[in-house]
Design a protein around this ligand. Sequence first.
Ligand code: ZN
Length: 373
Amino acid sequence: MLESSGKLVMPGFVDTHNHLWQAMIRGGCTDRDLFGWFRSCTDPQRGLLTPGALHSFVRLAALDAVQSGVTTLVDWVDIFSYDLVESYVRALAGTGLRFTYAMYPPAPDGALVAKVKKELVDPVPLGSFQIATHAARAARSDNLAHWELAQDLGVMLNSHVLERPEMRADDPVGVLDGIGALGPRLLMNHAVHLTDAEIAAVAEHDVRLAHCPLSNMRLASGIMRLSDLGRRGVKVGLGLDGGTNDTSDFHALMKTAIGLQRARTTEAGVFPQVHDVLRMATLGGAEVLGLADRVGSLTPGKRADLLVIDPAALNFAPRFDWTGQIVFNGRPENIEAVFVDGRPLKLGGRLVDVDTARVVREAEAAAARLRSA
Ligand SMILES: [Zn+2]
């Protein structure tokens, strides 16, 4: 963090797990757990998406992430037809964000995956690619095919793992181990219900994790053993996780990552502390994704992905400990400017060259059309 003329300058936030299209179901199914939310909110809505509607939801949520200070974002996407994928990637690319498109390929279709990577993602200078999967005993052959695809393409494998206690029966870590995927090219999302032995295996193989505390609370999924993972030196980033948390507020995400461990252990000194969580939100996230040579810190030679925070606000001033205040007091509206790869995406508190009212109007119209379909 730097200080210049009363403003705070810090690296941009790295969101290691999202599903931007779920902006279409914000605030929905609030009395459901993960499975109930899939059944009642996610699955019925996903089938209704058209390329135009998808574009407006992804653009809305991506711009919300930008205005909240996210400069790098991983989107895990299980949307299959080429025209929908094309519209998704176009919406992401149009925002100026640094993004990773993690594609869940249906019935491991290597030709489709290669086409999406080559024709849609590779041409975007700030775009990168991952293969997404759902590790589970019943899907072992798909998981293996996904892992082989990821290796062929030289990209990471990105899997949801043990988000709910019931997923123990799927033995996802055992399956990933069995197919040889445990290692630094594997990103596990949630990993809430890891055993001691699994934590040791994750640490030993340098597996990367995405922690999504707002989503885990909202969906009654449980509390990640983050303090145990931190003690073992596991690389963990933070993730907003799509519509489930209904917000792109990274300050809320950081505060929650600290708060849940303190609530779980009743110890104020437990990992993560304020600078641990700031690191997870920036350089730690970049390390998780293998991007730390380019982004995550204000270091000469890296790409300029950074935020300017104006602390002269009712919710932020007066100065006591700026680092603590960024985490505990900060809100997206305190972020005055956002730069990605040196390009200003937000200046003076407003998105650059974006008609925000129009973005909202288009998403509203798309949502109304889907409701009446
Ligand atoms: Zn997810």
